[in-house]
Write a protein that binds this ligand. Sequence first.
Ligand SMILES: *Cc1c(COP(=O)(O)O)cnc(C)c1O
Length: 471
Amino acid sequence: MRTIHESPIFNLARADKHGFEVNHPDAELDQRPLGFEERSDIGGMEQTTEIEVVRHYTRLSTVNYDIDRGIYPLGSCTMKHNPRLNEAVAADPTWRDPHPYWPESSLEGHRRVMEELASDLGEISGFDHVSLLPAAGAHGELTAVFMIRAYHLRSGNPDKRTFLIPDSAHGTNPASAAMAGFKCKQVKSGPDGYLRLEDLEPHFNDDVAAIMITNPNTLGIYERQFEEIAQALHDLDALVYMDGANLNAMMGYFRPGRIGADVMHFNLHKTFTTPHGGGGPGSGPIGFNDKLAPFAPEAENGIGPVKAYLGQWGMFIRAWTYIRSLGGTGLKQASEEAVLNANYLRKRLGDVLDIPYDTPTLHEVVFSDKNLPNDVTTADLAKRLIDYGIHPPTVYFPIHVKGALMVEPTETETLEELDRFVASIRSIILEALDEPDRLKTAPHTTPVSRVDEVKAARELNLRWTPDPRRI
Ligand SMILES: *Cc1c(COP(=O)(O)O)cnc(C)c1O
């Protein structure tokens, strides 16, 4: 398998070629400003011309796919449009310029925006307390897990060391619990995709510290036994964590803090339209009730700060703007349309793709590759979508669905864009019947085709290192 660094679009240098020479014999550039000295440690670069370098970077900037280019239906990731109003407000020098080391008196406006945002998130989720500090969803989980540990330790229950985690939970849930030293016990969900109290009960004992429930779960299904399950956990003196990354499905309809959750995280970079992906900053505030308030990062004897300065300020001001530009009814409508769009895709594609669970779903829909012809897999379908100019949905997740293809269109896509997605999938399935090899070798339109994805994730290499043979 070829890496991008070995591809012809990347490596333009040739030993017999030279770009502009700053020390050309006829030039009078001996007064060269600092920084324009010739460098000899950038192997290959001096063997290209200026225009090649300019075109190289311009071209590279266009090979990535982004939400500003088309639908980005990654399930569970809520890849919404980022309204430009948010950006304009965040870029206002009043908000952008102050340094967090400035005296508190000059940050009054910032503090007020943060208080209002925390209060809005509390109202949306039904929690009396919100900490804005955590820098991402997984970081919010970890913060909450530390608070849960502190709660049990201070209540004289150091033996509560087990977290119950359904198989429909997001992968970050067991990771967060394990990082804080808890044991994780996986609980199977029922045949229709719901988590059932009867499947949890065999795991109930004095060791249980908490449950982490993703709701709606990773199949997009609302956990209808949520309240009973929360009650049963409280009877064990255990706590209930709700993974709220999928809040986009139910703003204005479901307030976790009012029906049994003790703590949850929000993803401002999902539900509340702050930019997302590419390694940029996220923001994962948590909401919690009175039981956990003494252990909050901001509390006097709490777990301590989890982020420096104000936290991810740039995300706060964007989410604050978004909430204010939609208002309560607008947020509720956003959720309704997110659910409508997902169910539109479910309906339009249900005759050509297998739907493993018949259960009604909210903001996302999980298909599988069970009925695809000629041994075509989810990976083949996803790779071929790239040739159609569409970012693939989430693949092979959730893990309890074999060959899963998880689609979350979000409310910000138009009917035309949803139809383009449907038409592309339908056309690819026709190709799978007639020309399966075209799928198995896809994508054909990218600089590199199939990459070693495990290696790419485990040994991520974002740095170009000069080829020593060329220096
Ligand atoms: C995205 C997501 C997370 C993790 O959030 P990050 O901000 O990526 O750390 C956790 N749970 C669910 C269900 C998610 O979709």
